[in-house]
Structures are given as structure tokens and as C-alpha cells.
Design a protein around this ligand. Structure first.
Ligand SMILES: *[C@@H]1O[C@H](CO)[C@@H](O)[C@H](O)[C@H]1NC(C)=O
Ligand SMILES: *[C@@H]1O[C@H](CO)[C@@H](O)[C@H](O)[C@H]1NC(C)=O
Ligand SMILES: *[C@@H]1O[C@H](CO)[C@@H](O)[C@H](O)[C@H]1NC(C)=O
Ligand SMILES: *[C@@H]1O[C@H](CO)[C@@H](O)[C@H](O)[C@H]1NC(C)=O
Ligand SMILES: *[C@@H]1O[C@H](CO)[C@@H](O)[C@H](O)[C@H]1NC(C)=O
Length: 405
């Protein structure tokens, strides 16, 4: 019996591509032993779905889950052949927001904590939400100059193949600071700055002050710095994510570290500085702490316009409503001009609603430590709870608009 099986397999391999190989541009499917033409490159940035953790059982409609467009199906895609079924390639839709360039004495920046923590910690729609963020931001505010991101721990959307930086680049935001990271912390800091204009200098500082009794201690949180050249004008932008929870003195120390770090940049007083990020200090309930921080870094708090006055709020944000239904909410995200360097003659902040036009499904398992630390489709067998949300993060983004003489 054994001899027969060996004989049969030899016959097959002599006739099939596993033995003879395939011409250039084709690959051998080990399950059929036949050559298959490799997929052509995509017309626009794209990602393959359907092999992990699923068994090549995805359908073209699944692309819509990420607001992507179905491109092609293929048994191999960008990796190993499927034993059965095909993988699906999803690509960015054939639509780019028409970006608007404002005069170089004007500057607009969004600060956005996008709540994209690792799949090892939680499943709360990280991929569905973050795939939508670049298009939302640039459609809502086509005259943006900079986006300051926090909590991009995995890279956004499909971290390996179609991450948030690749999407932003495609839409005309091609400059970035490096992700905050340092060897002695297990997690990166999730912080970076994206720019439409060249970043001529960048740097980072990982906060020394960090409460070792909180999750923060494991992440390389700190402050990202970018010197941005818009036309012939320089803007110095920082992006931070300060200590969450724990006593206020950690956040106040982090404000001091930010000041000291920026001092090393020797920024000329004639050039503008803009401090952005999630300070984790609520303007309303911790006004004294916030006042001390802004005095430390020498910043102004521009008036808030618009109808929202909280950046984290379960009443106006359905993701926050799911994660923190009983929270009173808070205003913790800011876009603050320097009060001592070049000052804007007109400055405002407005809290925006980062949301899709309709609800989308996500697999929900908030901070449950999933056994399989990978993305999971909401219609997968292993997904025990499905939620439908519209918001793209548990924070609202905040837009700062500045005009200089
Ligand atoms: C492949 O799919 C077909 C049709 O669904 C099924 O009959 C067959 O058993 C599958 N083969 C494997 C190896 O899973
Ligand atoms: C860093 O923090 C530790 C503990 O809070 C403190 O002892 C140390 O002096 C700090 N180092 C610097 C360079 O600030
Ligand atoms: C924030 O807005 C809400 C709803 O409009 C309003 O009731 C509340 O008084 C505002 N809070 C502050 C501190 O302005
Ligand atoms: C959260 O959402 C539910 C269902 O939509 C709603 O009834 C509830 O009032 C919301 N919670 C808050 C704090 O607004
Ligand atoms: C200041 O900015 C606000 C908000 O962007 C705008 O409505 C207003 O017209 C501006 N004022 C001046 C004097 O430019």
C-alpha cells in the first residue's frame, strides 16, 4: 500500500509544476500542481483579505467593511496558496479628496487620538475605523496642513500592507515623523505627525515621568516634534499623548519635559510653535492643572467654536458610549499655539465629529485579551459580539485654525 502511494505521488509530480516549475510571472499551486498566473499589481494601494485567520473564505463584499473597493480574487494573493477558495484584494476607491492649499501664513491641524490599540488587548473595530480615518479627515477638512495622531499602535488599517501612512501618502499627505518608540518599553508610543508639507527636521522625546502602576508605563509615550516648511514659512509642531490615569504630578512633569525638550530646538521667536495632542487633562474639571501646564509650556488656549465641548463623550460618540458608557466625558485633546513665539492673530479650536455617514459592523470584545491576537471579521464564527458604530474613535478629533500676520 505504501509503495502505491509513493508511486502515485511521483507520477503526479513528474507531470505537475512542483517538479518542472513555472514560467516567470506564474507560481505553482501545490494543491492542484498547476501553474497559476500571478496577480497583476493593483491600480491603487490595496490589501489582501481572506487567509488569516480565515480559510480563504472571504467575499468581494467584505471590502466594504473597510470602505475599500473589491479589486480581484486570486488563490495565492501576496502569500501562500489557499488550499481552497481564493483571497480577495481590496483597494482604495477611485476617489481622492481635492486638497486645498491655504496661504502660508495660515495653518490648520487636527489632533486625533484614533484608539487603535493592539489586537492582543482588545477588539473594538480598530481596522474598520482606522481605514476610514484618512478619507474622512481630508474630505471634512481639505485645507488641512498637518494631522497629529495618537494611539496608532499597530499602524492603522492593514498595518502590513495598507497602513494609515500609505493611505495618507496616496491622498497627498506624504510626510511623517517616526513613530515614538524606544528599546526599553514593550509597546511603541502610538504617536506621530503627518504633514502635507516637507518635514525638514524631526525628533522625539520619550517621557521619563510615567506611572508604573498603569498601562502607560509599558508604552513609549512622549512627544513628537516636526519642523514643517510650508512655502517659505516654518511651523514647529509637537504631538503628545500624556499619562492616562494616575496622579496629576505625572502629567505636570510631562509638561515640563515637553518644555525642556523644545528648548533644545533653539526655535527662533519669529517662528510659530503649535502644541497638539491628548493631554489627558480635562479642561473643565482640571482647569487648574491645565492652567499650570500651559504656563509651563507657554501656550494659549484658543476659544472653542462649534457645538461640542468634550472630545471624549459617551453622549455624542458611539464608540465611547460602548467603552465608557457612564463617563461624564472630558475635553482632553488640544491644538495650542505658543504664547511667546510668533503668535496667531486669529486662532480657534473646534471639536469635530469623526464619523462615517452610516453605521458599520465591528467584532466587539473590549479589553477581553483575545486568544487569537489577530483581526477578526464580525461574521466570523469566533466573533461572539457584533456592534454597529459610526464614530471612528472613542475621541472626537479637534481642529485648530491659525492665521498669522
Ligand atoms: C473545498 O471546498 C469545497 C466546496 O465548498 C468542499 O466540497 C471541499 O471539501 C473543500 N476542500 C477542502 C480541502 O477544504
Ligand atoms: C526619571 O524619573 C525618575 C523617577 O521618577 C527619577 O528618579 C529620575 O531622576 C528621572 N530622570 C530624569 C532624567 O529626569
Ligand atoms: C457643554 O455643552 C453642553 C451641551 O451643549 C452644555 O450643556 C454644557 O453646559 C457645556 N459645558 C460647558 C462647560 O460649557
Ligand atoms: C449610549 O447609547 C445608548 C443607546 O443608543 C443610549 O440610550 C444612551 O443614552 C447612551 N449613553 C449616554 C451616556 O448618552
Ligand atoms: C477668525 O477665525 C474664525 C474661525 O475660523 C472666523 O470665523 C473669523 O472670521 C476669523 N476672524 C478674522 C478677523 O479673521
Amino acid at each position: 500500500m505504501l509503495t502505491v502511494i509513493v508511486f502515485v505521488s511521483i507520477v503526479v509530480s513528474i507531470q505537475g509544476c512542483q517538479d518542472s516549475g513555472c514560467p516567470n510571472g506564474q507560481s505553482c499551486n501545490p494543491y492542484t500542481n498547476q501553474c497559476v498566473v500571478d496577480p497583476p499589481p493593483p491600480a491603487r494601494p490595496a490589501a489582501w483579505i481572506g487567509d488569516e485567520p480565515d480559510f480563504c473564505n472571504r467575499t468581494p463584499d467584505d471590502c466594504k467593511r473597510f470602505r475599500l473597493e473589491y479589486d480581484i480574487s486570486h488563490p495565492k494573493g501576496d502569500g501562500e496558496f489557499c488550499e481552497n477558495g481564493t483571497k480577495i484584494r481590496c483597494m482604495l476607491p477611485d476617489f481622492k479628496p481635492q486638497l486645498i492649499n491655504t496661504p502660508e501664513n495660515e495653518f490648520r491641524t487636527i489632533s486625533y487620538n484614533i484608539f487603535e490599540r493592539s489586537f492582543q488587548i482588545t477588539w473594538d473595530g480598530q481596522r474598520e475605523r482606522s481605514c476610514r480615518i484618512p478619507l474622512w479627515a481630508l474630505t471634512e477638512t481639505p485645507d488641512l496642513d498637518v494631522i497629529s495622531f495618537q494611539e496608532v499602535f499597530m499602524g492603522g488599517c492593514f498595518a502590513e500592507s495598507l497602513n494609515i501612512r500609505q493611505i495618507l501618502t496616496y491622498y497627498g499627505f506624504p510626510y511623517f515623523t517616526d513613530l515614538l518608540d524606544i528599546d526599553d518599553r514593550p509597546s511603541n508610543g502610538g504617536i506621530f505627525i503627518a504633514s502635507k508639507w516637507p518635514i525638514v527636521e524631526q525628533d522625539m522625546h520619550i517621557y521619563n515621568a510615567s506611572d508604573e502602576n498603569t498601562w502607560d508605563w509599558f508604552a513609549a509615550k512622549g512627544v513628537s516634534y516636526a519642523k514643517i516648511k510650508k512655502g517659505n514659512t516654518f511651523y514647529h509642531v509637537t504631538g503628545t499623548h500624556m499619562q492616562a490615569g494616575g496622579p496629576d504630578h505625572y502629567r505636570l512633569s510631562q509638561c515640563e519635559e515637553t518644555r525642556d525638550f523644545l528648548k533644545t530646538k533653539n526655535i527662533d521667536k519669529s517662528e510659530a510653535i503649535i502644541y497638539t495632542g491628548d493631554f489627558n487633562i480635562d479642561y473643565w474639571s482640571s482647569s487648574q492643572i491645565m492652567k499650570t501646564c500651559i504656563e509651563t509650556i507657554d501656550a494659549d488656549v484658543p476659544p472653542l467654536s462649534g457645538s461640542l465641548n468634550l472630545t471624549g463623550d459617551p453622549r455624542t460618540n458611539d464608540v465611547q458610549n460602548l467603552t465608557n458608557p457612564n463617563s461624564g466625558g472630558g475635553w482632553v485633546d488640544y491644538v495650542l499655539p505658543s504664547s511667546v513665539n510668533r503668535k496667531p492673530t486669529n486662532a480657534s479650536q473646534i471639536i469635530l465629529r469623526g464619523m462615517d455617514v452610516e453605521k458599520f459592523e465591528v467584532c466587539w470584545c473590549a479589553e477581553c485579551i483575545p486568544l487569537d491576537p489577530d483581526y477578526i471579521f464580525p461574521n466570523d464564527e469566533d466573533c461572539e459580539r457584533v456592534e454597529r458604530v459610526r464614530h471612528l474613535s472613542d475621541h472626537h478629533p479637534i481642529l485648530g485654525t491659525f492665521k498669522y500676520d
